[in-house]
Design a protein around this ligand. Structure first.
Ligand SMILES: Cc1cc2nc3c(=O)[nH]c(=O)nc-3n(C[C@H](O)[C@H](O)[C@H](O)COP(=O)(O)OP(=O)(O)OC[C@H]3O[C@@H](n4cnc5c(N)ncnc54)[C@H](O)[C@@H]3O)c2cc1C
Length: 522
């Protein structure tokens, strides 16, 4: 390992890796230092229950990565390094307590028939939305991939005005402020269809009544219909292994078990980092921190009062619990065997229930009926488990990082060490209600409380899987703070990247690639 680089990156999350790869491709000498024993942050895969059962620790859905500008630029190189996707044609469904269900598959006729079983009018609306999607997608994805800087934004606005005229532009502006409930009520009449799409807001912190969240049920619904979903062949870590190999092939260094303790700076300029083992490593051009905003203040010792306050005030979303299961078989859904084909099954029966769950978690209560995202990756990718067996990926949304009580009134523990078991039982009881006998099929189980998530990845503060709320006050121009959505900080040569920076959470490598292009000038 060298003791000096052009750029040092702190943390080997996928954003930092994307940033590092682009800089390395532009001739920079990069060194990436990661606390954990392996790279990837929220994107990693392992045998967390039993040998031969491969679980995605965090992210499972790689559609954002597969559709990203970064992947477009580096697909050939990454595929040559072993990256392999598994396309999914049945991306998501919802099962309901009365034994009905609804789901989106890339076969439009199949989706339409399922929606029509709930509402003929909604089925017609679905077709219309899909027909309009290419035109809408160009603008919306254009915005989400755009740097949030005045000049770039002004250019984007001008283009939008030219294409949509004033009325269309204002309609778009209004759409971007809608809550999921507003958009779903304006668009669909069936409570089931609304719930099926509204569940996507809960992947972020857009509960049904949060302004700005309507976009996500729309985008996920349409993208699921138009493109399906993409998961990693063998596991989500396929993208990480390929990026690390590509960086190393270009002379870069990725060192694990190497926590960075301090960011070194002098006279307003970043100089390098100090590792926890005392080593000092210098950077001639940039120090790029893929850390949570509060950690940046701690690691620098403070940068400038206004910026430090913004980083300290940065708000985290409620947490997540993950339950990984090795299974004898997939759940036998009351709603029918067809549900077994879907990558995600949402157990989120109504908008009201989702709103209540979110409010309980926000108030520090363990929700009485958390939302479950039941991932069935082996439905599409059987290589992740021994023949005939399966893995389940259970995302339990949303939970408080700090427990003040139990909305269900039965769990007395107020620390996650003791509450994790009974709360996981609550989640598994819910699953068993929709698919009786699921518990009896469990061969192995691993529970990750929000604090376990944070312990393995310091960026997931309180188990917040987004590394920061996505509410409007902390999104777009304001992520992580006004004037810094490009990752710049008051210290020259010090940059922030990762989910806390625009365009935020997810596997789209957005902030890392935008920063790398800005630094490399291309
Ligand atoms: C449970 C879960 C499920 C998710 N599911 C999905 C999904 O299905 N699809 C999707 O698109 N997104 C999903 N997400 C969100 C997505 O995975 C994340 O937003 C994204 O991976 C964050 O990437 P990042 O580059 O910001 O860094 P992270 O992945 O957060 O990695 C940051 C890295 O920095 C390291 N680090 C931190 N501090 C230091 C330090 N001082 N020194 C050295 N290293 C340090 C950490 O150890 C970590 O490895 C999920 C997230 C979680 C947690």
């Amino acid at each position: 390992m060298a003791d000096s680089y052009d750029a040092i990156l702190i943390g080997a999350g996928h954003n930092a890796l994307a940033c590092g790869l682009h800089l390395a491709a532009k001739g920079w000498c990069v060194g990436i230092f990661e606390s954990a024993p392996e790279p990837g942050g929220a994107v990693k895969t392992g045998e967390y229950t039993l040998p031969g059962f491969f679980h995605d620790w965090g992210a499972m859905n790689l559609s954002l990565f597969a559709g990203s500008a970064f992947f477009k630029a580096y697909s050939a190189e990454l595929i040559a390094k072993g990256l392999e996707f598994q396309p999914v044609t049945h991306p998501f469904a919802s099962a309901f307590p009365d034994g009905t269900w609804c789901g989106v598959s890339t076969d439009l006729d199949a989706t339409t028939a399922r929606i029509a079983a709930h509402s003929a009018k909604d089925a017609e609306t679905w077709g219309q939305l899909l027909a309009d999607f290419p035109g809408q997608a160009e603008t919306v994805f254009g915005l989400l991939g755009n740097p949030m800087q005045f000049r770039a934004l002004a250019y984007f606005m001008l283009k939008t005005l030219r294409r949509r005229r004033m009325g269309g532009t204002l309609d778009l502006g209004r759409f971007l402020t809608l809550s999921p409930r507003q958009w779903l009520h304006e668009t669909f009449e069936s409570p089931q269809v609304r719930a099926m799409l509204g569940a996507w807001g809960m992947h972020l912190d857009f509960a049904p009544d949060v302004a700005g969240g309507g976009l996500f049920p729309y985008l996920e619904g349409m993208a699921g219909q138009a493109f399906g979903m993409v998961i990693g062949k063998g596991g989500a870590d396929t993208i990480i292994r390929a990026m690390v190999a590509a960086i190393r092939a270009r002379g870069g260094v990725v060192e694990c078990n190497a926590p960075v303790r301090r960011i070194l700076h002098r006279e307003g300029r970043a100089q390098g980092v100090e590792l926890a083992d005392g080593r000092k490593v210098m950077a001639s051009k940039a120090v790029i921190a893929g850390v949570a905003p509060k950690a940046l203040v701690r690691m620098t010792g403070g940068m400038a009062p206004v910026f430090d306050k913004a980083m300290t005030d940065f708000v985290h979303a409620p947490g997540t619990m993950m339950i990984h299961l090795a299974m004898k078989g997939l759940p036998d859904w009351t709603a029918g065997a067809q549900v077994q084909r879907f990558a995600y099954v949402h157990l989120a029966p109504s908008l009201d229930q989702m709103a209540r769950t979110y409010q309980q978690a926000q108030a520090g209560l363990l929700p009485d009926e958390p939302v479950l995202v039941v991932g069935q990756p082996t439905a599409a990718d059987p290589t992740r488990a021994p023949t005939g067996s399966h893995v389940l990926w259970l995302q339990v949304r949303m939970v408080p990082g700090v427990i003040k009580g139990d909305a269900g009134g039965t769990i007395t523990a107020t620390g996650w060490t003791d509450a994790a078991g009974p709360f996981a039982d609550r989640a598994l009881d819910i699953l068993d209600r929709y698919a009786p006998g699921t518990r009896a099929k469990i061969l192995g189980k691993r529970i990750l409380s929000p604090l376990d998530l944070e312990a393995e990845n310091a960026n997931l503060v309180g188990g917040d899987q987004l590394c920061g709320s996505h509410h409007l006050s902390q999104h777009f121009l304001f992520r992580p703070a006004r004037g810094h959505s490009d990752g710049s900080t008051p210290i020259r040569g010090l940059h922030l990247t990762g989910a806390a920076v625009w365009p935020g959470a997810g596997t789209g490598a957005g902030s890392g690639f935008l920063l790398a292009r800005r630094l490399a000038g291309t």
